[in-house]
Design a protein around this ligand. Structure first.
Ligand code: SF4
Ligand code: MG
Length: 329
């Protein structure tokens, strides 16, 4: 059978209105040729600095907008050009948990109705009694008391609200959940609880997760594979062990150097990259990282490196034959 999700050469370009400085209309190359697959029951993390396009990839998979080019395929069926009726079923199978449960939960609705809504919308309940039973059991699943069903979102803590957001996603019986910075706004201890809950649910329901996060310590804790994005492109894609123990791409190495090691007091020495992330409006030619890469050579400015296999399941987009070892800019 095909992988649960296939993303093929996905592009999302946004037009920018011609500004004060000239009549030329420009485009933001937010996502510019991204490909990956997610297997059933797998967690793939999309990481990178803000503005790298990782949230845009998530939104394209949820089909919150039309893509510019490429394909998003769920279980062999295209999402990107699906008919409205086909899209409805696919929407049930791919749910989302956003960063901010404050804004994603309707403050006027009781939890009971927040959870009942997707069950009704997707016609999952066989009867009124079945609907009630499903709603109650979702509370058990996310470890919230059933008594709380009559309360409204503001009566809960941030972590509890995120549990409600997860329960709402689960109500649709999805196979894939896009978690867009789903734990980023939470306190450290709450963050760990929600991450552990997501892992338990993944095992219990065989869920696949697309975990979009800038928090690499959390990613290391919970993911199976990692895709590192820079300016709209994946620069490295590999299992967690390879990414964290032996990153190949100079950008991945720099990004990871800032992640604290698990042992107290131990630290990797951070690699400080020179310069800011260039604008996705006019991304650099060739390798988009060449303006900040200490290893850039002539070819990097001209020719775009393609993702190529460097291990059994490791893909790297860089012209260097060997990953640099122990470098400091
Ligand atoms: Fe650096 Fe060149 Fe590799 Fe890009 S292709 S990461 S500029 S060495
Ligand atoms: Mg984002």
């Amino acid at each position: 059978s095909p992988p649960l999700l296939q993303v093929n050469d996905l592009k999302k370009h946004f037009p920018v209105r011609a500004g004060l400085f000239g009549p030329r209309s420009e485009r933001v190359y937010a996502v510019d040729g991204v490909s990956f697959e997610i297997e059933r029951g797998e967690t793939l993390s999309l990481v990178g600095e803000s503005g790298c396009g990782k949230s845009t990839v998530g939104r394209a998979i949820l089909r919150l907008f039309d893509v510019t080019a490429g394909q998003v395929i769920l279980d062999g069926q295209r999402i990107d050009d699906a008919s409205p009726s086909a899209l409805r079923q696919m929407r049930r199978r791919v749910q989302v948990v956003f960063q901010d449960p404050f804004s994603s939960l309707n403050p006027r609705m009781r939890v009971r109705d927040i959870l009942a809504e997707p069950i009704r919308n997707f016609g999952l309940a066989k009867s009124a009694a079945d609907l009630d039973a499903r709603v109650a059991s979702l509370m058990d699943t996310v470890r919230l008391p059933r008594e709380a069903l009559n309360r409204r979102p503001h009566e809960f803590s941030g972590g509890q609200r995120q549990r409600i957001g997860i329960a709402r996603a689960l109500a649709a019986e999805p196979e894939l959940i896009v978690c867009d910075e789903a734990v980023s706004a939470l306190d450290v201890s709450v963050k760990a609880q929600i991450v552990n809950l997501l892992q338990d649910l993944q095992r219990e329901f065989g869920l696949a997760l697309l975990f979009i996060s800038h928090d690499l310590a959390i990613v290391e804790h919970m993911t199976h594979r990692v895709a590192v994005m820079y300016l709209g492109k994946i620069v490295e894609l590999a299992p967690k062990q390879e990414i964290f123990a032996a990153p190949s791409h100079p950008y991945t190495q720099a990004l990871l150097s800032a992640v604290p090691l698990p042992e107290p007091g131990a630290a990797r020495s951070p690699i400080i990259l020179r310069g800011d992330v260039p604008s996705p409006i006019n991304p650099p030619s060739g390798c988009r990282f060449h303006t900040r890469c200490p290893f850039a050579f002539d070819r990097c400015r001209i020719e775009e490196p393609q993702l190529r296999a460097t291990g059994s399941d490791q893909w790297v987009a860089c012209h260097l034959d060997e990953p640099p070892q122990g470098w400091r800019p």
